[in-house]
Write a protein that binds this ligand. Structure first.
Ligand code: BJW
Ligand code: ZN
Length: 251
């Protein structure tokens, strides 16, 4: 007896491949789920990064002002962990998609882990910043510090003020040299691939509605249904590290 669930997935994969074969402009929105098969934790849910921390203790500007040591300890652990992880087949599948579409491909990522670039993706918009970078709270200087350990409370070499991770915390605006390009790519695309995000955090999640309002087709790849699932054209349920290579192989 064929398994109806795998039949359904097979049909959905074929439909998604046929859709992608027929379009020239694709935008992709990724979240923490695409890096799970590299060994990184997601934010929400069991085993998530914020288990044991209240979000407001680590991911708001107020939290950093109140206890920069706690916040830096949290980010230094994550920076050190990045030294041990590599991109997975899901990241590499998106590199192949970009090679196929060339200028018609934009990868908008909420991830701060840098794994898309490490895999070889070129047109990447990091809308929530990058954990490898630090930013001066005094003069605004930004620097790529890789994943090497930093001093407990690192200071700016230029002005002496406290450095912070160059990421976007709750209640902060998204970088104004990146966000408008993400909106533009999504408004122009014919198909938006939404991969491994809970679609809970705005304004990133709002990109899905933006694409839909311009009649783009939406394909979601996620282990589990999200608030976006009901409104997408094709939902592929399963691990991105398996489904994305399968999808790209069919093109
Ligand atoms: C797999 C898988 C596998 C697992 N394969 N899939 C209404 C009320 C109150 C507040 C707001 C509101 N509307 C908007 C806001 C503000 C707020 C917000 O959205 N809050 C909501 C939570 C309600 N947004 C903001 O504050 C933003 N700024 C802003 O709006 O500015 C204007 C403003 C100014 C002043 C005041 C108010 C507003 C900024 C948002 C910044 C988010 N920053 C973080 C931290 C980055 C730094 C760091 O890494 O530490 O970004 S939060 C965190 O969430 C991180 C992520 O990028 C982001 C999204 O998470 P993601 O990637 O979706 O991960 P998860 O864990 O949620 O989901 C993983 C998914 O993967 C799941 O679905 C799994 O099923 C799936 N999965 N394994 C495929 N193998
Ligand atoms: Zn400075």
């Amino acid at each position: 007896m064929p398994d109806p669930a795998s039949n359904e997935l097979e049909n959905a994969l074929e439909q998604a491949a046929s859709l992608l074969r027929g379009v020239r402009r694709v935008a992709v929105l990724t979240g923490a789920g695409i890096s799970v098969e590299s060994g990184l934790a997601t934010f929400r849910g069991a085993g998530g990064l914020w288990e044991g921390h209240r979000v407001e203790d680590v991911a708001t500007p107020r939290a950093f002002e109140a206890d920069p040591n706690l916040v830096w300890r949290f980010y230094n652990l994550r920076r050190a962990n990045l030294a041990t992880v590599k991109p997975n087949p899901g990241h590499f599948a998106l590199v192949q998609l970009e090679q196929r579409l060339r200028d018609g491909f934009t990868l908008v990522t909420q991830n701060v882990d840098g794994l898309h670039q490490l895999a070889g993706s070129k047109n990447v918009l990091e809308i929530h910043g990058a954990i490898r970078r630090v930013r001066c709270t005094g003069c605004g200087l930004t620097l790529d510090r890789g994943v090497d350990p930093l001093a407990d409370l690192p200071k700016c070499a230029q002005c002496g003020a406290l450095l912070r991770p160059d990421v976007v915390w709750f209640e902060e605006m998204l970088p104004d040299h990146v966000w408008p390009n993400a909106e533009l790519a999504v408004k122009r695309c014919q198909c938006l691939l939404v991969i491994g995000t809970s679609a809970l955090v705005y304004p990133a999640a709002g990109l899905i509605d933006k694409a839909r309002s311009r009649d783009a087709k939406i394909v979601e790849v996620n282990l589990a249904p999200t608030p976006a699932t009901a409104g997408v054209d094709i939902a592929l349920q399963g691990p991105a590290g398996i489904l994305l290579p399968d999808l790209i192989k069919r093109l």
